[in-house]
Design a protein around this ligand. Structure first.
Ligand code: ADP
Length: 492
């Protein structure tokens, strides 16, 4: 497989276009943006920089397709066929998509293969298979009345997605939205648009009618804002940062009160008790739980809480494992942690490390930029012992930096774990079944892993509590965002 990857890595890429109403087109203004590869700092190609007028065109195309009914009124079985075909096409082009995505955002290819085309194909299949099992309801009314509860598509869905896993997170939103019969306008991140444009082409090839999926690329502050403020979008589903999530709620309040679902960041606690079944395994999985994709993972276990009696020993294990990870060329199948997605992000990560040192945190390993001679953006996996009051213990870095904090007993573990504005993911490592369940109940987060970190599949929901957001991706619960309930109250 490495040979094929090496052939694909140098492929020249054409300038990219917007995909609106089934046509590829430039922005009305003609504006474009350079796409810089984090692998070597060089320009890969350009994307169209959509303005408000392009967004409006895309929303009109989506609305018109919805109203025509070619997709929204197709039977679930018809929609299922097209979605299955999309999944097959993603599988067929998996390697090409993975390499394209890695050149764009820097994720290590071993992870990208599974998490990007791999996950996207399985997500399309999951919702394709699910949609003809969604029933309406008959209410338990009096005998002279019939109360029917219909399930209907919401209409036009906007999906704004980030750069860390564009295909996976894109599919978590697009697949259930399309399965339910909606039209979608997708806005990829500036730093990861290429695979989603390719996905749009595959959707068209699979027979998705024109206008049902539209892709507008460009700056979040321009095209993202235009989506947020648009008067004819029914639902906006977002994954990204807290500050942008807040703006989207404001846009909704200032426009048509579109429903806004947010999957925001986290500062997820990974809690290791001295009675964890296997401390070596826990150390390895904990390191992977933060350092894969160089920590650019919303559910990353970025706060490691370790019981005092094993704190020194366990911290050393994690630091040694981190220091031994294979870094560098994201297109090498053996690489375990790839590039930082952009120069700006790299500088932000490095400044968090500098600030931690200035605040007196103890550096166990890492902290430096590496491989600068490649022109790419790489940083060592970095581990700090911190105090709860330090910046690194509180703020989401979204980079390869782990903070370790000691605790004494369950009560203190929960106090530290929950002392955050976030509530996305978490983990507990223990051999004590009762303790595991007590901790699952006590941790305020959307997901609590037990004796593992990450790796959940489509069958379970993912969503945050507190300032990590609202609503859920994945599982049948994702349909709640994209399907409306309508009551028919019939006097008999
Ligand atoms: P990240 O930290 O993942 O870059 P962002 O929240 O900055 O998170 O970006 C996530 C997505 O939000 C991207 O597609 C980006 O273009 C978009 N975005 C950024 N700013 C805005 C904005 N003001 N309005 C709407 N979308 C935005």
């Amino acid at each position: 497989m490495q040979d094929k990857i090496d052939l694909l890595r140098h492929q020249t890429l054409e300038p990219q276009s917007l995909f609106i109403g089934g046509d590829w087109m430039q922005a009305r203004s003609g504006a474009t943006m350079g796409v810089i590869s984090p692998l070597d700092g060089r320009r890969l190609t350009t994307i169209a920089d959509a303005g408000a007028e392009d967004v409006d065109l895309a929303v009109k195309a989506a609305r018109s397709a919805f109203d025509k009914g070619g997709w929204s009124k197709a039977t679930p079985v018809e929609r299922k066929k097209v979605l299955m075909k999309i999944a097959d096409l993603i599988d067929k082009h998996a390697l090409e998509l993975a390499v394209l995505g890695v050149r764009d955002n820097g994720t290590e290819i071993s992870m990208a293969l599974k998490a990007e085309p791999g996950s996207a194909a399985s997500t399309f299949r999951y919702y394709a298979e699910a949609i003809d099992k969604v029933y309406g309801e008959i209410a338990p009314t009096a005998a002279n009345v019939l109360g029917l509860i219909h399930r209907e598509p919401v209409g036009v869905v906007a999906a704004i997605v980030p750069w860390n896993f564009p295909m996976m997170i894109g599919a978590w939103k697009i697949a259930p939205a399309l399965a339910a019969g909606n039209s979608v306008v997708l806005k990829p991140a500036e730093g990861a648009s290429l695979t989603l444009l390719r996905l749009a082409a595959l959707c068209a090839e699979a027979g998705l009618p024109e206008g049902v999926l539209n892709v507008v690329t460009g700056r979040g502050a321009v095209s993202g804002e235009a989506l947020g403020l648009h008067m004819d979008i029914d639902v906006l589903a977002f994954t990204g940062s807290g500050p942008v999530g807040r703006r989207l709620l404001e846009y909704s309040a200032r426009s048509n009160l579109k429903r806004v679902y947010l999957e925001l960041g986290g500062k997820s606690p990974n809690i290791v008790f001295a009675d964890a079944p296997d401390l070596d395994q826990a150390a390895k999985v904990s390191a992977y739980g933060i350092f894969r994709n160089s920590g650019q993972v919303c559910v990353a276990g970025s706060r490691l809480l370790v019981e005092k009696s094993v704190h020194a020993e366990f911290s050393q294990k994690v630091a040694s494992f981190a220091a031994s990870m294979k870094l560098g060329d994201p297109l090498d199948l053996k690489t375990e942690a790839g590039a930082i997605s952009s120069e700006i992000q790299l500088m932000k990560d490095l400044s968090y490390a500098e600030q931690a040192l200035a605040e007196g945190a103890h550096l166990l390993t890492g902290g430096k930029r590496i491989l600068e001679e490649t022109g790419g953006y790489f940083m060592q996996p970095t581990v700090f012992d911190v105090e709860p009051s330090m910046t690194l213990a509180r703020e989401e870095v979204f980079g390869p930096i782990l903070s370790i904090l000691p605790f004494d007993g369950e009560e203190e573990a929960l106090r530290i774990a929950n002392a955050t504005e976030y509530g996305l993911a978490s983990a507990v490592w223990t051999s004590n079944l009762s303790r595991a369940h007590r901790m699952v109940r006590g941790v305020k987060a959307g997901v609590v892993h037990v004796n593992t970190y990450g790796g959940s599949d489509n069958t379970v929901p993912l969503g945050g509590v507190k300032q990590s957001g609202n609503g859920h991706d994945k599982s049948l619960h994702a349909f709640d965002k994209y399907i409306d309930l309508k009551t028919a109250w019939i006097q008999l």
